[in-house]
Design a protein around this ligand. Structure first.
Ligand code: UD1
Ligand code: CA
Length: 458
């Protein structure tokens, strides 16, 4: 079966009260549109597929956001209705394709449901995705005859009192054979309450033309919920996060509270991973076996090795953390940092573009940037790499086994040899030789009998 998705994404989304086109509103780390096409994209594995996006409002922005998406674009300059929108895509549709109508603002549709819908359709049978709602207000109602066969869809604004009692609604998602669809769309009129060309009128035309319509029902209203305003956007985000948390738990991840973890990207986790509350994962994150993430951490585009522990309130972005490492609490690991196995980074330590060798530690209150640190190095409290001269960034190199005393400043470019020791408070402007103690502290003196000044008496 050849499938051709036509994704309706031309609307303005007035109710979002945003400058941004509706379909670009953010959801779990990407856009509404991106999520709305994900179920169809998953079908590309098993079906011969093509996709056309119908854009209008913010067309250029929408296009730019879909870089890398394999699809055709058509522009609907005036939004004259859903039927008119699908008609814009018709020149690119072949007769032997099944047209799968999707909405750019229905992001939670699952692959399984979409597959059920397309499998119910054929070149002789349109299929319609429906759901029963306790409150169907606002939606198109599915009208059936006495035998229970689908006859038509009537929109809220056009329905009579009896029709509006129907609780089975049109989700807007359908699969319709291309050849007759072309004929039906060309016959659409707009004499209805909204003066629009309704795609939904195709259903009655199909039945009249001898193509019975099958309704495929889903029992999960969340899955087909449209997102029209910020309240629905927030609800949809929660529903999606709930789904993602459930999937993580099914894979064996321990979530201290599934309602207090947010996943804005792809998270791959090994076995026996534990995630405490208020953790945000962003981008591409991979956690090894037995990794523990403490409360209030934000972890973005990072790989964390087996048995490593990230303690509370740490931020990790664009870093690779080895095995058996300990990071935090209150650590900030910035892009291009690499912690080798058993490295430790403690509280109020910031690392940027830094390699920390195996077993090395920076446990307290440090800034280490643009540094290459060997193995088993101890970086004392308050150490700062002065990597920036106001114009350029420079590298600090610290050899294996070096000991950097507390409160040292390493003015880069500078090297500390293997096994070297820097005395506390040293301001290192020249390389420190291997194996030696280097110290810039002035000699300590005591002035005997010195008295503190006292206040003058008035
Ligand atoms: C539509 C259906 C209704 C269904 C509901 C499900 C019609 C006539 N009605 O109603 O039966 O219950 O969806 O959510 O189809 N769009 C365009 N161009 C247009 C008009 C719409 O691209 O000219 C896009 C919108 O941006 C939106 C989607 O199509 O993504 C649906 O349009 P909308 O106006 O929201 O339709 P509803 O009134 O919700
Ligand atoms: Ca809608």
């Amino acid at each position: 079966m050849k499938l051709h998705a036509v994704v309706l994404a031309a609307g303005k989304g007035t109710r979002m009260r945003s400058e941004m086109p509706k379909v670009l509103q953010p959801l779990a780390g990407s856009t509404l549109l991106d999520h709305s096409v994900s179920a169809f994209k998953a079908l590309t594995q098993r079906f011969d597929t093509r996709m056309t996006l119908v854009i209008g409002h913010g067309a250029e922005q929408v296009k730019a956001s879909c870089e890398g998406l394999d699809c055709h674009w058509v522009t609907q300059t005036e939004q004259l209705g859903t039927g008119h929108a699908v008609a814009q895509a018709i020149p690119g549709i072949s007769d032997d394709e099944i047209v799968v109508v999707l909405c750019g603002d229905v992001p939670l549709l699952t692959e399984a449901t979409l597959e059920r819908l397309v499998n119910a359709a054929s070149d002789k049978t349109p299929a319609l995705l429906t759901v029963n709602l306790d409150d169907p207000t606002g939606y198109g109602r599915v009208l059936r005859n006495d035998q229970g066969d689908v006859e038509a869809i009537v929109e809220q604004k056009d329905g009579n009192a009896e029709q509006l009692l129907v609780s089975e609604i049109n989700t807007g998602i359908m699969a319709i054979p291309g050849a007759p669809l072309k004929r039906w769309l060309s016959q659409l009129g707009n004499s209805n309450a909204q003066g629009e060309y309704y795609l939904t009128d195709v259903i009655a035309m199909s039945v009249a033309d001898g193509y019975p319509v099958v309704a495929v029902a889903t029992d999960d209203p969340d899955e087909v919920a449209g997102v029209n305003d910020k309240a629905q956007l927030a609800q949809t985000e929660r529903a999606l996060q709930h789904r993602l948390a459930k999937a993580l738990m099914q894979q064996g991840v321990t979530l201290r509270d599934p309602a207090r973890v947010d996943c804005r990207g792809q998270l791959a986790a090994g076995s026996d991973v534990v995630v405490d509350v208020n953790v945000i994962f962003e981008g591409d994150v991979r956690l090894g076996d037995r990794v523990v993430i403490g409360a209030n951490c934000q972890i973005k585009d990072a790989t964390i090795g087996d048995d490593s522990v990230i303690l509370a309130n740490s931020l990790i972005d664009g870093a690779v953390i080895g095995k058996q490492c300990q990071v935090g609490p209150f650590a900030r690991i910035r892009p291009d940092s690499l912690l080798a196995d058993r490295a430790r980074v403690g509280n109020f330590v910031e690392l940027k573009k830094t390699q920390l060798g195996e077993g090395s530690k920076a446990n307290h209150l440090s800034y280490v940037g643009d540094a290459i640190v060997g193995q088993n190095v101890n970086i004392g409290a308050g150490v700062i790499t002065c990597n920036y001269d106001g114009a350029n960034k420079h590298v600090t190199e610290i050899g294996d086994g070096a000991f950097i005393g507390s409160d040292c400043q390493l003015v880069a470019p500078v090297k500390v040899g293997a096994g070297a020791t820097l005395g506390a408070g040293t301001t290192l402007g020249k390389d420190a030789p291997a194996g030696e103690l280097t110290i810039t502290r002035p000699k300590q003196i005591t002035i005997a009998g010195w008295k503190r000044p006292v206040k003058n008496k008035k």
